[in-house]
Design a protein around this ligand. Structure first.
Ligand code: BYC
Length: 333
């Protein structure tokens, strides 16, 4: 939908950079000056093809993550312990859907249609966040997701509100406000369980044990292995490196765990008096690679659920198109 508003060529793919190497170099220099001056890049502005490509990749992966991210929590909507919890969880899952839609719209402004982006997800060509390939085994997992997964998401996404690309940055402002409510509702579930019966506290601890390490992986590979960080930092898409954000998350979360008397499952965790940061143990990057390769505990289920939802929704898309065509015909008559 948003691709229609662009200065696109006949094949609907904007190619504003096909001007020859000399002119492109001048345009690239001007583009970098604008980025360095903290100006926002907007959809019809000139941009290097590699900038367009990496943003389309990141924003669409982010959108897919929000959409797939509805599945682990959606699994508990029918089994919440109270009506209040059900209302909050329903609202949260709907928010994630909304985030996915803002993000698909932002990605479309770069010239790739939403149908193509969704097709990349359903055909397994596009990534989504590794974290959503883990199962939600108990109610405490819903608390752990809100507290830790949304907590990690906020840490990663607050800097994205200052991303150089205008539509992404603006989408992130609203997303972050909603993520903050999500984080609090998750932490409140954990507070309640941790202060409840011994069985409830054990359930909270078990969820923390299972979600902690995968949450640290959400920030992406260590800086030395990150393929896109250098260019994304130069273009002010990324403001902090993967390891910097991971460290900020650990530093913020340790006191929260202590406050509710839960133990982070890392025997090497200790405050480093020289740096003032919490040192943490070695992350199992082989697990991360396995999950990205499609071999996590739930990868197959997640994609199967999204494919089924897409197929089941075909009639809605057909009806919407038929309705739009009818309205256009009426307006023309
Ligand atoms: N999972 O060069 P790197 C949410 C990939 S939504 C899977 O460091 P980059 C929420 C990476 O894509 C959470 N793949 O990449 C929703 C790249 O592969 P490709 C999602 C990962 O882009 C509902 C390769 O590894 N958040 O929180 O510079 C409910 C090398 O990495 C992951 C976003 O998407 C991963 N964890 O940095 C609750 C935020 N990490 O593309 C919560 C926006 C890395 O070359 N995205 N990869 O095939 C970002 O900030 C960045 O894309 C990342 C990675 C920090 C994730």
């Amino acid at each position: 939908m948003y691709t229609q508003a662009l200065n696109a060529t006949a094949d609907a793919t904007p190619r504003p950079n096909a001007k020859g190497p000399v002119e492109d170099a001048a345009l690239a220099a001007r583009f970098q000056e604008r980025v360095d001056a903290e100006e926002r890049i907007e959809p019809n502005d000139w941009m290097p093809e590699a900038y367009r490509k990496t943003l389309t990749r990141q924003i669409s992966q982010h959108a897919h993550s929000e959409i797939v991210g509805m599945l682990p929590e959606g699994n508990w909507i029918t089994r919440t312990p109270s009506l209040r919890r059900k209302a909050a969880l329903l609202a949260k899952v709907q928010d994630e859907c909304g985030h996915g839609l803002y993000l698909y719209a932002a990605a479309e402004t770069l010239g790739t249609a939403r149908e193509e982006l969704v097709d990349q997800l359903l055909s397994g060509r596009a990534k989504y966040s590794s974290i959503f390939n883990y199962p939600t085994l108990t109610w405490a997992d819903i608390g752990a997701i809100g507290w830790l997964v949304d907590g990690a998401a906020i840490m990663n996404q607050i800097p994205l509100c200052r991303c150089s690309y205008g539509p992404y940055a603006r989408a992130m402002i609203r997303v972050c406000k909603e993520e903050s409510f999500h984080q609090r509702q998750g932490y409140e579930i954990m507070v309640t369980l941790a202060r409840g019966a011994p069985e409830q506290k054990a359930m909270a601890q078990d969820a923390l044990n299972r979600w902690w390490w995968p949450c640290l992986m959400m920030f992406g590979p260590p800086d030395g292995d990150s393929q896109h960080s250098d260019t994304s930092t130069k273009w002010k898409i990324k403001r902090f490196s993967n390891d910097e954000l991971r460290q900020k998350f650990v530093d913020a979360t340790v006191p929260q765990a202590r406050f509710i008397d839960l133990t982070l499952p890392d025997p090497d965790l200790r405050l480093n008096p020289e740096t003032g940061h919490w040192d943490y143990g070695t992350i199992d990057w082989s697990e991360f690679k396995q999950v990205l390769a499609g071999n996590g505990p739930c990868n197959r289920d997640r994609l199967a659920a999204r494919r089924k939802a897409h197929d089941d929704g075909a009639w809605v898309r057909e009806a919407a198109l038929a309705f739009a065509a009818k309205r256009r015909a009426r307006a023309a008559a």
